[in-house]
Design a protein around this ligand. Structure first.
Ligand code: COA
Length: 350
């Protein structure tokens, strides 16, 4: 079943500071060739000292509102997928809600690590379907650089910072648009395969010795995560298509979580999906956790790779181990993503 919900706007924000593989080779014992061969990543963006998940999320949300030609006071709900919030509380979504001027909106975060955006999208779409909201801003925003252990070459080469956002609105009968399948899963038995410590981490040796450090940082069993990622992404995508009553031939574009090019190639092989129909931007962004999908979606929309009526397969995987997949019937955004200064403009007549 597909919910009558349209994506009417998209936005993204990537910080200006770029960190290349060559830059990383000056910090840890690594090499550009190793990183490209094993991951496909060439460079990633790193937040400035005064940037946070809420400031970047607000930039992306403003651009998405401008793209939807929607006044922020018309927004009912701001949901943010993030595993790198500005603080323990209040939610990052609350700070975004204030920054964009969505003064009537409820706001909260969901944390499903790299599956955070799909979880937030599911909440937003179901809120509209249930009638508790008409217009929802769904944000993915991450400051992974603040929880990366910059002495650990097995993880620090993988991650980047940034934010992406979409605007959801109710689709009128007969209008293109729909969010379907809404498949979300998790396997908590593998929660320690990839996790980040933090201020509330147990101080007893409940996790590993690495968890005892006061500073939040990522701990990962790369090979275990790699294997689980291929299986979970392929199964979620395939099950979501079946749930939506579609086959892989119906998929115009797949927008997956961007962790590693080899994971995406294995997923595509398993689904029988040509890589030409898989959006890849991890070479420029690295793994931005819950931000990956909305940034890739906004780039695909701006590049003209999506047409109204297209079936778009979204698939994500990450810490939890959480995974999910959804099928969005593309309705076409109202306007190409515009500079965020235009975000306050009132919606044009459509
Ligand atoms: N530069 C150079 N060498 C590195 C390195 C780096 N950045 N990171 C690890 N190595 C070394 C290892 O120490 C190891 O050396 P050894 O053989 O002397 O012990 C060697 O490279 C091979 O390591 P291995 O872990 O087998 O490499 P891999 O092919 O599995 O690639 C990952 C490592 C992390 C890239 C890969 O496992 C991966 O992408 N996993 C999934 C991670 C992920 O996506 N997490 C987020 C999920 S949302």
């Amino acid at each position: 079943m597909s919910l009558p919900v349209r994506i009417t706007g998209v936005g993204r924000y990537l910080p200006a500071r770029m960190l290349t593989n060559t830059d990383l080779a000056r910090i840890v014992d690594t090499a550009h060739e190793w990183i490209v061969t094993r991951t496909g990543i060439h460079e990633r963006r790193i937040a400035a000292d005064d940037e946070t998940s809420s400031t970047m999320g607000a930039e992306a949300a403003r651009e998405a509102l401008a793209s939807a030609r929607l006044d922020p006071t018309g927004v009912d709900l701001v949901v943010t997928g993030t595993c790198t919030p500005d603080g323990m509380f209040p939610s990052t979504a609350t700070r975004i809600q204030h920054a964009i001027g969505a003064r009537r909106a409820a706001a909260f975060d969901v944390n499903a690590a790299c599956t955070g955006f799909l979880s937030a999208l599911s909440v937003g779409a179901q809120s509209i379907a249930a009638g508790t909201a008409e217009r929802v801003v769904v944000v993915g925003s991450e400051t992974m650089s603040r929880i990366v252990d910059w002495t650990d070459r097995t993880t620090c080469v993988l991650f980047g910072d940034g934010a992406g956002a979409v605007v959801l609105e109710r689709a009128a009968p007969g209008e293109p648009g729909g969010v379907g399948a809404l498949l979300l899963r998790s396997d908590g038995s593998q929660a320690d395969a990839i996790y980040a410590t933090g201020p509330c981490t147990p101080t007893a040796a409940a996790l590993s010795a690495a968890a005892l450090s006061a500073e939040a940082h990522i701990v990962m069993d790369g090979q275990a995560v790699f294997r689980a990622a291929v299986t979970a992404l392929s199964e979620s995508a395939s099950d979501a298509l079946a749930r939506a009553g579609l086959t892989v031939d119906d998929v115009a574009l797949c927008v997956p979580h961007q962790a590693n090019i080899r994971i995406l190639q294995a997923m595509a092989r398993s689904l029988g999906l040509p890589m030409q129909r898989v959006v890849v931007n991890l070479d420029r962004t690295g793994n931005i956790s819950s931000t990956s999908i909305p940034v890739a979606l906004a780039e695909a929309s701006d590049a003209g790779r999506l047409r109204p009526g297209d079936q778009v397969l979204l698939a994500a995987f990450g810490g939890g181990l959480a995974c999910g997949a959804m099928v969005v019937e593309w309705s076409g955004v109202r306007a190409p993503a515009a500079p965020s200064a235009a975000a306050a403009g009132r919606r044009a007549e459509t």
